[in-house]
Design a protein around this ligand. Structure first.
Ligand SMILES: [Zn+2]
Length: 47
């Protein structure tokens, strides 16, 4: 299980909380992709 408490959402920059619905991405994007910065990171579902 990933530990995501205290990490910032990649979209809004606000630290995630345990009560937030979160979307955590695997490192599924190739490094040359424009979406690479969003891989292997955490975002709020609402974002
Ligand atoms: Zn967010």
């Amino acid at each position: 299980m990933a530990i995501f408490l205290g990490l910032e959402c990649q979209l809004c920059g606000i630290a995630t909380k345990g009560s937030d619905r979160l979307f955590d991405t695997e490192a599924f994007v190739w490094p040359d992709s424009e979406f690479y910065e969003y891989s292997d990171s955490y975002m709020h579902w609402d974002c």
